[in-house]
Design a protein. Sequence first.
Length: 466
Amino acid sequence: MMKVVGVIGAGAAGLCAARHISASPCMTPVVWEKASRVGGTWIYTPDVGKDEHGLPIHSSMYENLKTTIPKELMAFPDFPFQDGEESFLHHKDVLKYLEDYTNHFNLRQYIKYVEEVKPVNSDDGTTGWSVTVKDLEAKTTTTTLCDAIIVCNGHYSVPMTPTIKDIDKFRGRQMHSHEYRTPKPFSGLRVVVLGASASGLDISLELSTTAKEVLLSHNHPVNIPSELPANLRQVRGIVAANEDGFVFGDGSQAEADVVLYCTGYEYTFPFLSEECGVSVEDNIVKPLYKHLIHTAFPSMAFIGIPFQIVPFPLFDFQVRFFIALQAGNVAPLTHQQMAAVTAGELKQLKVGGGKARHHHRLGVEGSTLYMRELATLGHFSPEGLQKMKLFKLNFLRMLFSCLTFRRLRYSVEADGQVREWRNGREVNTTLELVWLIAVQLSRLLWRDFWSVSSFAARTLRNRLGM
Ligand SMILES: Cc1cc2nc3c(=O)[nH]c(=O)nc-3n(C[C@H](O)[C@H](O)[C@H](O)COP(=O)(O)OP(=O)(O)OC[C@H]3O[C@@H](n4cnc5c(N)ncnc54)[C@H](O)[C@@H]3O)c2cc1C
């Protein structure tokens, strides 16, 4: 008998789920989407706050955003981006890609546009799920019974805002990157950007084109070893606010007109009823096995929980693993066994000096290991994994030359060999990278000797287990 699989959300993750479920001989998808089109976070809007239905704006895209991941790596393994001159695309090209993916795999027939999915219930968690939705146009309410549920609601919508001592005294403007659209309103202002992950760095660079001064405030062990515009300076994390500005971790102070929080987003699942038993504690979604499968109710999965990943290929592997599990192609584990695996991973993270709230952070090496493991356990071909070499190379390029890394063009050979091109000419990657890293590290060491040497000593001590 055909299993009905409910998919919540039609962003990249939900579309990928629909694509593979619809190709499975024993499953059919029903996708519910609360926006009026597919694409999720890639649907740019200049608006902030609430949409026309009074719901919070979902997308955090900004007007000039170009991807930080080259298209050759970013694509789903079975659907390349269209050939073109550039590797790093504007957000509208990614939205077009997701629409092309939807049409190519004939997915529109499965998508229902709803006011919101609410709630998802289960009688006893083993027999299936009932999903109640209100149609966006007809306003009628329907309930669908599903054998399995895939949650793909996206995790870059609900801002995570830090607690800062005396922030109520600060007379300037506070905002989160979720509300950032263009650098124009910051013309001539002094801006503190808190958080230097990919978004924090990218937005700081944009702001530096109009703002008087940008202070990029972060607690990375060492400064970002890249050349930066003259009016962009790195400072330690904020420790307190005052009326006119901020005090930073090294005791220095600066006046500011605006503080922009690039401090990430919360995981939220407001549409899951209490009996689904899902909680978020210290940035960990519980109870999950392999960041994906509900350990108590394995017919419920969550796509896209990990971060510092290559999203589309990782979604593809997660979906294929879930389908393999549903089809009985994965050796079944009990609730206790799955919970023990997760507890072991958390313990290992803490032993290595990591923080629990970084449990879902996979990073360059972790992503590749994770995807390989899913493919091995799920007995499917790890198609696309050979491109992960480009993840490391792109990460290094971004870190050491954030002003220019998007000028490169990439191609990946069938055996995974990565080739780089600049202005139509092939680059000698090894030679260039060694030179770039050597130059930037010596500049960093020159300017910031104590933090670099103490970081190096700490890393060495950790490696040697001292
Ligand atoms: C500023 C920014 C830059 C980024 N840059 C890159 C990049 O360069 N490269 C890259 O690969 N990734 C990038 N990402 C990551 C990006 O989020 C992922 O690539 C991917 O698009 C996430 O897809 P998703 O389906 O998980 O979530 P989303 O795209 O957020 O989709 C979730 C969907 O679920 C729907 N939904 C939510 N709740 C409900 C509900 N209750 N009922 C019905 N529908 C619901 C939403 O309307 C939405 O359509 C970036 C993200 C941000 C915010």
